[in-house]
Design a protein around this ligand. Structure first.
Ligand code: NA7
Length: 289
């Protein structure tokens, strides 16, 4: 049976994901706030919807992958929002990174329409999205995950079922805290070493044979030393996720002192950035004028 796919959000991660489903031969109806960004996908075989609701209406499975909580709310519940278009029996999969509480609200609104909901935020960046090697952090019913697994298999190499609605977003926020702190840690270490007159490469050489090594640093270190900050995961989105993590921690009464400090660093760099940069650009915090 043909599975009709709806897709909302053609950003840095959303678009290569949608493209993989078009290439896999699924009928895909896309909507993006800026329709021009859909032009190449339409040439490749996707259909363009005029509204989120129109993208949802024919969908057996509707994916959303937009930047932040206000974007999810606009796409689902704004004018001609997708929620009103979803048919009973269909599945809504939100791959945006948002607050766990919003994921639970999406689940409840979907259930009221007889629609199954999964949150499935991703890790792996643009590179992982292009190669179909994302990792999905899933919250929701196991049976719903089973229904959409054939689609996820075109998009990712792995999916973790982490618990009920909210659990996937919670783990995603915790993972991004770790990445943000690791990358800031390297930026600070580089600032100390280079500020002392020792070349950055000396630190990186030692790091590569040490317990401090981390895959994320293997990728971000060359970006930092060459100052190539073309966004794979934009700093503005990392800043958003640190804010979401702190908001959740606040609600729970859990102190996150390192994350709170890091958010200030990322805030300062975001405020000063002239263009969209990867979060490796957090090292600009230590840049001398
Ligand atoms: P991007 O590249 O920043 O793309 C964001 C997408 O979200 C893009 O399609 C935007 O449309 C869309 N967007 C943003 N605000 C809105 C509103 N208000 N209404 C509708 N659509 C909106 O993000 P990524 O693709 O890298 O990441 C997507 C998610 O995965 C995000 O949560 C990350 O943290 C992880 P536009 O093209 O600007 O019109």
């Amino acid at each position: 049976m043909t599975v009709n796919v709806g897709w909302i959000g053609l950003g840095l991660i959303g678009k290569p994901m949608a493209r993989r489903l078009v290439q896999a031969g699924y009928p895909v109806t896309v909507w993006n706030r800026t329709p021009a960004k859909a032009a190449d996908l339409i040439r490749e075989g996707a259909r363009l919807a005029a509204t989120p609701r129109e993208a949802a209406a024919p969908a057996d499975v509707l994916f959303t992958c937009v930047s932040d909580p206000p974007a999810v709310e606009a796409a689902l519940w704004g004018d001609d929002g997708a929620m009103a278009g979803l048919r009973a029996g269909s599945v809504l999969v939100d791959s945006s990174t948002v607050a766990p509480a919003l994921a639970r609200r999406e689940a409840a609104a979907a259930a009221a329409r007889g629609v199954e909901f999964l949150e499935a935020p991703v890790t792996g960046g643009t590179w992982g999205a292009e190669k179909g090697e994302l990792v999905f952090l899933v919250g929701g019913e196991a049976a719903t995950l089973e229904r959409v697994q054939p689609l996820l298999a075109h998009l990712g190499k792995k999916w973790f079922h982490l618990g009920p609605h909210g659990a996937g977003q919670t783990v995603k926020l915790a993972m991004n805290m770790l990445y943000a702190l690791e990358v800031q840690g390297l930026a600070e270490a580089l600032a100390l070493v280079t500020g002392s007159g020792v070349p950055a490469d000396k630190l990186l050489e030692v790091l590569a044979s040490s317990m401090g090594r981390a895959p994320v640093l293997d990728i971000k270190a060359p970006m930092m030393t060459s100052r190539n900050f073309a966004p794979s995961f934009p700093l503005r989105l990392m800043h958003k996720d640190l804010g979401l993590a702190l908001e959740l921690a606040n609600q729970l009464g859990i102190p996150l002192p390192a994350t709170a400090a890091a958010r200030e660093t990322y805030s300062a760099v975001k405020g000063a950035a002239q263009e969209d940069v990867d979060y490796a650009a957090v090292m600009n915090f230590w840049r001398r004028p």
